[in-house]
Write a protein that binds this ligand. Sequence first.
Ligand code: FEO
Length: 402
Amino acid sequence: MQQNTIAPGINHIGVDDTTLDLFEGQYKLEEGVSYNSYIIHDDKIAIFDTVDERKTAEWFTRLESELDGQTPAYLIVHHMEPDHASNIERLMQRYPTLTAVCTQKAVALMSRFFLADLSSRTLVVKEGDTLTLGTHTLQFIMAPMIHWPEVMMTYEQTTHTLFSADAFGKFGALSLTSDGSKGLGSIWGDTHEWACEARRYYFNIVGKYGTMVQNLLKKTAKLDIETICPLHGPVLHDNLPYFINLYNTWSAYQPESEGIFIAYCSLHGNTEKAANCLADILRKQGDVKVSISDLRRDDMAEAVEDAFRYDRLVVMAPTYDADMMPVMHDFLHHLSIKAYQNRTVGIVENGSWAPAAAKKMQEMLQGMKNITIVEPIVSIESTVKTKTLNDLQALANALLKK
Ligand code: FEO
């Protein structure tokens, strides 16, 4: 078997991007990202998705080496976001007999992204439709809003392989990351390192669409899946229930771990001091995982991830312009648009003459579903004093009682 072989006749032909700093222009990449693409060799050859514009030349070199002079019959288009779809027009021009297999919504999006009218070269598929390549048979599964409306997935029936589009994706270039024993450059993932960057990817990119992911998991539960091929990150084969269970927890908006996440910001260091005091009290008093993030400096996407990961959250911010310090507003806005819900939240404000941050944070949290605000709401009067410590102790007691 070649190193890039996933199952008989199915090869990975994706490419790594190790120099992109921001994914979607907003998510920090410490270890790059992979744009996965696959090919099935059969009587008719099918290519599964293209890659980002940045990696056009490298991908075409890989593809042509795989094709070895043969002509592909189909391009399966799972998702029209440019990190996967940028090369559709170019590929269709290079292979004039190629047919793009996709949803009706993907056809509409093609006319927005490309100058050429590709609609006459598409084969529109719906839920449950199948396409036989020879020994391989593709079954199409509609997956709208995971994470665009045109998304579909493909289940290859003979090898029990699910091509899962953005679902089960993970940040990290395959050449820079290793899931446990698999080694750098391996296309295979395992349970060792996967969850950290897969969770940051999930909540920031797919998180809003939990209901759609739940619907998808119900459909895929009826399939005998042996291998999952996502559009980013490693291919999953061993311990599949581990990955699927995590997706079930995440998409149901249930906490993955018991623990308290403290998200704070600070103007002159006093709210920061209070945040560290609260973390100390919690760690000394309770046998509970405490995670803390300085929203001014730490990765916002990681803070969003931690808020979803744990069952309890504490937000701590000074008052600023009769509202909260803007970075806290940004954090709560992120949580709101990602459908944050079902959590217990403590609130701590700071104010020197007209404290307003607690009221404003509470208003934003009340706009989210099933959020329980813990009493007492703590108001710091400029600096940490004995009263502040007593109030933080009371808040810690309430959080630990939960
Ligand atoms: Fe990896 Fe939604 O694109």
